[in-house]
Design a protein around this ligand. Structure first.
Ligand SMILES: NC(=O)C1=CN([C@@H]2O[C@H](COP(=O)(O)OP(=O)(O)OC[C@H]3O[C@@H](n4cnc5c(N)ncnc54)[C@H](O)[C@@H]3O)[C@@H](O)[C@H]2O)C=CC1
Ligand SMILES: O=C(CO)COP(=O)(O)O
Length: 336
């Protein structure tokens, strides 16, 4: 009998835990790294992660530790699931402990502030591994639904298709159906920008602007995501796939989405500080809207919805004023 695939998942937050469940259900031997000892203890002693998924039973093939070296020892896949803005510092600490030949897998949907790097670029920069050893998992994957084993499709992307296929096999379960893709740029941008569009749709929902506004924001949001992607060398078709449209639809229609919920609270009139105070988990779009806009400006790409979100979230622009500005932009053809 062949040895089970070994996976380290760093860390034990929402998506790390949920994807760890997927890997374990697919037959992998999974070790989660948890920052807090009480989370690791609860996982090992109660087979649940009560802070994130109370009542969800974790698979037998999954355990937790607070020692990153122990988690990573001999791992075929090292899965990274920390907030995008802390990845660089976390990975710098973890790089000396990486197992030889391990594939680094990013679950993160963000763009680094300052450098405007995508997460796979940060990984390549810090861990000094080639892009053929870095994979990305993305798509319409709300962690709470996945942890409850509700059905979803996903994308596993790597420039080396055989690596994507290995990860596909390691994460395919009766409820989780991953497709491979070699367009890493498009897949990552789809995930990072949809968080920003999710904020915009949430704001519109909070303001009670209706479903036409939602449909319009999703579609025009996808148009600006695609414009950015094409400028960065992505395949435009990626954005009509799971990493683009699929993820946008899930995020923009679900109360489980933190970005959507964050936007809804702002649209209802909460201040930024009040909204941050009631948001317990990572809403990546809040920070990444600025880095996405920065990236767009560096490449001369117009991203009006992203610009509007930055105005509301970071510049204190009232949503009603932002809406008026967005709607009164100069008239143009749908496709340029
Ligand atoms: N939750 C979801 O449904 C999905 C999330 N993602 C992405 O996954 C990434 C992680 O998000 P979630 O797991 O949802 O967030 P989360 O807030 O639930 O978990 C984040 C984890 O990172 C840890 N953490 C926070 N600050 C840290 C630091 N400075 N150093 C080390 N660890 C730190 C926390 O302890 C926690 O375990 C994000 O980029 C998000 O966009 C992607 C798909 C689905
Ligand atoms: O990326 C996600 C679903 O695919 C999760 O969205 P939120 O981070 O907004 O919860």
């Amino acid at each position: 009998m062949s040895k089970p695939v070994k996976a380290a998942v760093l860390s034990a937050g929402s998506w790390g835990t949920a994807f760890g469940i997927v890997l374990a259900d697919a037959g992998c031997d999974v070790t989660l790294w948890a920052r807090r000892p009480e989370v690791a203890d609860a996982i090992n002693s109660t087979r649940t992660n009560p802070d994130y998924f109370p009542g969800v039973e974790l698979p037998q093939g999954m355990r937790a530790t607070t020692d990153p070296a122990e988690a990573m020892a001999g791992a075929d896949f090292t899965v990274l699931s920390v907030p995008s803005q802390t990845l660089r510092a976390n990975l710098a600490e973890w790089t000396p402990m990486l197992a030889p030949g391990t594939v680094l897998v990013s679950l993160m949907k963000g763009v680094e502030l300052g450098t405007t790097m995508r997460m796979s670029e940060v990984i390549e920069d810090v861990a000094k591994v080639g892009h053929d050893r870095i994979a990305v998992v993305t798509g319409p994957n709300l962690a709470r639904e996945i942890a409850s084993r509700m059905p979803a499709a996903a994308v596993v992307a790597c420039t080396d298709e055989s690596v994507a296929q290995r990860l596909q096999a390691a994460s395919h379960t009766p409820y989780f159906r991953p497709y491979t893709n070699t367009d890493v740029v498009g897949c990552e941008l789809g995930g990072a920008v949809k968080n920003v569009i999710g904020l915009a749709v949430g704001i519109a929902d909070g303001m009670g602007l209706g479903d036409n506004a939602k449909g319009s924001l999703i579609t025009r949001g996808l148009a600006e995501t695609t414009r950015l992607g094409v400028a960065l060398g992505a395949d435009p078709l990626t954005f009509s796939g799971l990493a683009g449209l699929g993820d946008l639809v899930a995020t923009c229609s679900s109360p489980l989405s933190r970005n959507h919920t964050f936007g809804t609270n702002l649209g209802k009139g909460m201040t930024l500080q009040e909204t941050i105070a009631v948001t317990k988990q990572t809403a990546e779009g809040v920070k990444s809207c600025e880095s996405v806009l920065d990236l767009a400006r560096r490449h001369g790409v117009d991203m009006p919805i992203t610009e509007t979100v930055v105005g509301i979230v970071h510049e204190g622009k009232p949503p009603v004023v932002a809406l008026k500005e967005l709607m009164s932009r100069s008239a143009k053809p749908e496709r340029r």
